[in-house]
Ligand binder design. Structure first.
Ligand SMILES: [Zn+2]
Length: 719
C-alpha cells in the first residue's frame, strides 16, 4: 500500500518521530552536523592560535608527519567549540596531549568503546522514556496527573551539555571528522562503513547551542503550538447566505486538519457536500488572509457568515460547556478581524530560530539546517523535485479524470479530492468478521507473527528471529510501534484489540506497525555499526511499513486488491503529492522571505504569505483549476509551528513509490526488506541508491501514475 495523504500527516508528524523510529537521542533538532570554522560566532580566545600551532608541532613530531592533517583538523574542531570556561591554554594543551589517538590501534579502540558506550546511553535513555510513557501509551488504567509529568520528562535533555562539560564531546571532535553536506553527498559513496560511522559519531557534537537559545526555540515552538492546537471553528455556527446551518450541531473542527478532512468526507454527501466544501474553503481563506473575525475563533456563542463576514449572537446553543469555549457575549459581537496573530506566532518561531544561526557557521539559517542537516537533501534539489511533480503533464490528465468523476469543473478545494477510492471486494463487516475470528486477543495476534512473516517471504528461521524480538503491548490509542535503541532491548508493537476481538482496522494498523518493528529490528540488530542504526529519516521507515500494510488482505488469506484498486490508490497518492508539493514550496518561500525581512511586522508577513501563496497557485494550479489568486496553499498549520517541516511530506510519497517499485522488481518482500533495512543512517540519496539503484526522486511516482491512468482510462465513462 502506498502512503495516503491522510495517513502521512499523522505518521510523519513531529511528535511521532520517536515512536516510530529509534532516533539516537542526543541528535536533537538543532544538533545535526555543521563544520565549525575559525572566525565563527564563537568567542575567540587570545591564546588559542598559539596553542594550536604548538600542539600541531608537538603531536606531529610524536606521531609522525602522516598524522599531521588529522591533527590539524582535530585541533581546529576542538578550538571552534572551546570556551573560556572550558579551561586556559595549559588546560587546552593538556587535554589535547592526553586525548589524541595518534595511531590506528588506539583510534580503533577509542571508536569501538565510544560506539558501545553511546549505544548504552541511547538505549537506556530510550528505555527510561518508554517506561515513563507506559501509563499514557498503554491500556493499563487511569492516567493520573503525575503520570503526565513522568511522560513529559526527557532524561537525555542535558546530555550534550554534560558531554561538553566533561570533555567527552571534545575527545570526539579531536579525533573524528565533522563534515559538510556537500562532502557527504560528493564523497559519501566512497567512504567505508566505518568512515560513515565516524561521521555520524562526530555529528552528534557538531553544535553547542547555549542553553538560552535552546530555551527560546522550545518556548516559541510551544507558544505557536498552543495557538494552533486551540484554533477551532464551531461549524454549526457557520451559516450561508440564506441563514442556513450546513453542519451538524456540536461539530468543532481544528484548523487546518479537521477542516481539510471534512472537505474530503463531503465528497460522499450528494445533498449538501458541495455547499459545505465551498463554505470551508471560504473559512480557510479568511484564516489565511486574517479577515476572519477574531470573535469566531473557538467560540460557539456567535453565528458567522464567512461570505459576508457578518457575525451575530448565536441563535442556537450546542457547546454543552465544552472546554475552551468563550462565554456568550452580552451585546451584539463586533466582527473585528483577528489581528494577524497567525503571522505573529510564525514570526516568533523565526526570531527564535535565528538565535541559533551564529552558532551554526556552515548552516547559518534555519533553512540550511533543515535541508543540509536534518534532511540531507539540498534545498535546490528538493525544489526541482517538487516542481517536477507540479509541472508534470500528468497533472492535467488526472484533473480531467476528477472532473469527469465529479461531473463539474474543478474548484480550488478539489486539491483535496479523495474520490479515487476503490470499492473493495470485501465489505468492512466481512473483514471485521474474518479478523475477529483469527485474533480474539492480542495474544492470538502475537502467536501468529511468525506465520504472518513467513507469508511475507521471510524464511522460517528469520520469521522466528523477528518474532522473538517483538513484544506486543495493549495500546491506549489506535496503535504504534516503538523500536529499541540498544541491542539488549526489543521492539514494541502496541496494538488495540476490542472486547469482541480485533477488527479489520486494528489489524491493518497492526500489520503496518509490525513493518516498523521489523525495520527497527533489522536496522539495529543486523547492522554493522550501531552508530549507523536506523534509516535516513522517518519517511523511509514509513515507506517500509507501508509495504507490509499493503499486503494485509493476503495475510488474511484473501485475494489482494485488483489492478483497478491499485491504480485508484496510485492516483490518490499522486494528487495528494501534487497538492502538498505546492504547500511545501509556499513554506520554503515564506522562510526565505522572513530571512530577507528580519524585522518584518506580522502584517507585512501576512501580506507576503498571501502573495507567495497566490504566486505558486497561479504558476502550478491556476492553469488546471482555471481560477487565479487562490490563497488556500497558505492554510497549513505546520507552516506556523513546525519550523519548515512541510517539504518532508512530498518527499515521503516519492520514497514510498521508489521502495514499492523495488519490491515489485525483486518479487519478494522478505529478503529484500532485510537488505534495505540494514543500509542504515546514511544520506537519503546514498540509501536509495543502495536500495533501488537510483537517488531519491519522483520518477517512480510519475511512472506509476502514468500506468494507473492507462488502467483507469478505459473505465472512466462508467463512473
Ligand atoms: Zn507508521
Amino acid at each position: 500500500m502506498r502512503i495516503r495523504l491522510s495517513s502521512i500527516f499523522s505518521i510523519i508528524g513531529l511528535s511521532l518521530t520517536l515512536v516510530t523510529q529509534a532516533v539516537p537521542l542526543p541528535r536533537s533538532m538543532e544538533s545535526r552536523p555543521a563544520q565549525q570554522q575559525e572566525g565563527g560566532a564563537q568567542e575567540v580566545l587570545p591564546w588559542m592560535k598559539d596553542s594550536i600551532r604548538k600542539m600541531e608541532t608537538e603531536l606531529a613530531t610524536k606521531y609522525g608527519e602522516a598524522e599531521r592533517a588529522r591533527i590539524k583538523r582535530g585541533l581546529q574542531q576542538v578550538a571552534s567549540f572551546w570556551r573560556e570556561r572550558d579551561g586556559d591554554a595549559a588546560a587546552f594543551e593538556e587535554f589535547v596531549r592526553a586525548s589524541f589517538a595518534g595511531d590506528q590501534a588506539s583510534l580503533d579502540t577509542m571508536f569501538n568503546r565510544f560506539e558501545r558506550n553511546l549505544e548504552q546511553l541511547d538505549g537506556h535513555m530510550h528505555e527510561i522514556n518508554r517506561e515513563f510513557n507506559n501509563q499514557s501509551d498503554l491500556d493499563v488504567g487511569e492516567i493520573l496527573p503525575f503520570d503526565e509529568k513522568f511522560a513529559g520528562y526527557d532524561p537525555s535533555a542535558h546530555v550534550i551539555d554534560d558531554f561538553f562539560q566533561n570533555k567527552i564531546a571534545f575527545i570526539v571532535l579531536l579525533n573524528f571528522p565533522l563534515t559538510t553536506l556537500d562532502e557527504r553527498l560528493t564523497e559519501g559513496d566512497k567512504w567505508s562503513r566505518r568512515e560513515w560511522a565516524e561521521v555520524r559519531l562526530a555529528q552528534r557534537f557538531s553544535k553547542r547551542l547555549p542553553a538560552d537559545v535552546n530555551l527560546s526555540i522550545s518556548q516559541a515552538a510551544a507558544e505557536a503550538g498552543r495557538y494552533i492546537s486551540e484554533y477551532n471553528i464551531w461549524m454549526h455556527h457557520v451559516i450561508d447566505n440564506d441563514g442556513k446551518r450546513l453542519f451538524p450541531s456540536g461539530l468543532r473542527l481544528l484548523s487546518h486538519w479537521n477542516l481539510r478532512d471534512e472537505i474530503k468526507a463531503d465528497y460522499s454527501d450528494q445533498q449538501t457536500g458541495l455547499a459545505k466544501q465551498r463554505a470551508i474553503q471560504q473559512v480557510m481563506e479568511r484564516i489565511v488572509t486574517q479577515t476572519i473575525p477574531a470573535v469566531v475563533v473557538n467560540n460557539p456563542h456567535v453565528d458567522w457568515n464567512p461570505y459576508t463576514n457578518e457575525v451575530r449572537r448565536a441563535a442556537v446553543e450546542d457547546a454543552g460547556g465544552a472546554a475552551g469555549a468563550s462565554a456568550a457575549p452580552d451585546t451584539s459581537p463586533a466582527n473585528a478581524p483577528e489581528p494577524d496573530t497567525r503571522y505573529g506566532k510564525l514570526l516568533l518561531t523565526f526570531q527564535a530560530s535565528r538565535k541559533a544561526d551564529p552558532f551554526s557557521p556552515t548552516a547559518p539559517t534555519l533553512i540550511a539546517r533543515r535541508f543540509n542537516e536534518n534532511r540531507e537533501i539540498p534545498e535546490e534539489r528538493m525544489k526541482q523535485m517538487l516542481e517536477q511533480v507540479l509541472s508534470s503533464p500528468l497533472v492535467p490528465q488526472v484533473a480531467r479524470l476528477i472532473e469527469s468523476r465529479t461531473g463539474r469543473p474543478l474548484e480550488p478545494f478539489d486539491i483535496w479530492y479523495n474520490g479515487f477510492r476503490a470499492r473493495g471486494a470485501y465489505t468492512e463487516a466481512q473483514l471485521d468478521e474474518a479478523v475477529a475470528k483469527r485474533y480474539p486477543t492480542a495474544e492470538a495476534y502475537k502467536k501468529d507473527i511468525p506465520n504472518l512473516l513467513a507469508k511475507l517471504g521471510f524464511t522460517k528461521e528469520r520469521a522466528q528471529y523477528l518474532a522473538d524480538n517483538i513484544i506486543v503491548d495493549p495500546a491506549r490509542g489506535s496503535g504504534h510501534a516503538m523500536g529499541a535503541a540498544m541491542r539488549a532491548e526489543k521492539a514494541h508493537l502496541r496494538t488495540r484489540v476490542e472486547k469482541g476481538g480485533m477488527n479489520y482496522k486494528g489489524f491493518n494498523i497492526a500489520v503496518h506497525e509490525m513493518g516498523h518493528n521489523v525495520e527497527q529490528t533489522f536496522s539495529l540488530n543486523n547492522i554493522d555499526h550501531t552508530l549507523l542504526q536506523g534509516v535516513p529519516n522517518t519517511a523511509f521507515t514509513e515507506a517500509l511499513a507501508f509495504v507490509f500494510q499493503g499486503h494485509d488482505l493476503e495475510l488474511l488469506g484473501l485475494s489482494k486488491p485488483d489492478a483497478q484498486s491499485q491504480a485508484l490508490k496510485t492516483l490518490n497518492d499522486f494528487w495528494g503529492t501534487y497538492e502538498i508539493s505546492g504547500v511545501a514550496l509556499v513554506d520554503m518561500a515564506v522562510w526565505h522571505w522572513m530571512y530577507d525581512h528580519p524585522s518584518a511586522t506580522p502584517a507585512e508577513l501576512k501580506q507576503a504569505t498571501i502573495e507567495i501563496s497566490k504566486d505558486i497557485w497561479n504558476k502550478y494550479y491556476a492553469p488546471v483549476f482555471k481560477r487565479r489568486d487562490v490563497v488556500l496553499l497558505g492554510i497549513y498549520s505546520h507552516m506556523i509551528d513546525a519550523f519548515l517541516y512541510l517539504p518532508d511530506y512530498p518527499i515521503g510519497h516519492m520514497i514510498a513509490f521508489q521502495i514499492e517499485e523495488q519490491m515489485e522488481r525483486a518479487g519478494n518482500v522478505g529478503p529484500e526488506f532485510e537488505r534495505m533495512a540494514t543500509v542504515g543512517s546514511v544520506t537519503p540519496d546514498l540509501w536509495m541508491k543502495k536500495a533501488t539503484g537510483a537517488p531519491v526522486g519522483p520518477e517512480a511516482l510519475l511512472a506509476a501514475t502514468k500506468k494507473a491512468l492507462t488502467e483507469i482510462g478505459g473505465t472512466t465513462k462508467r463512473e
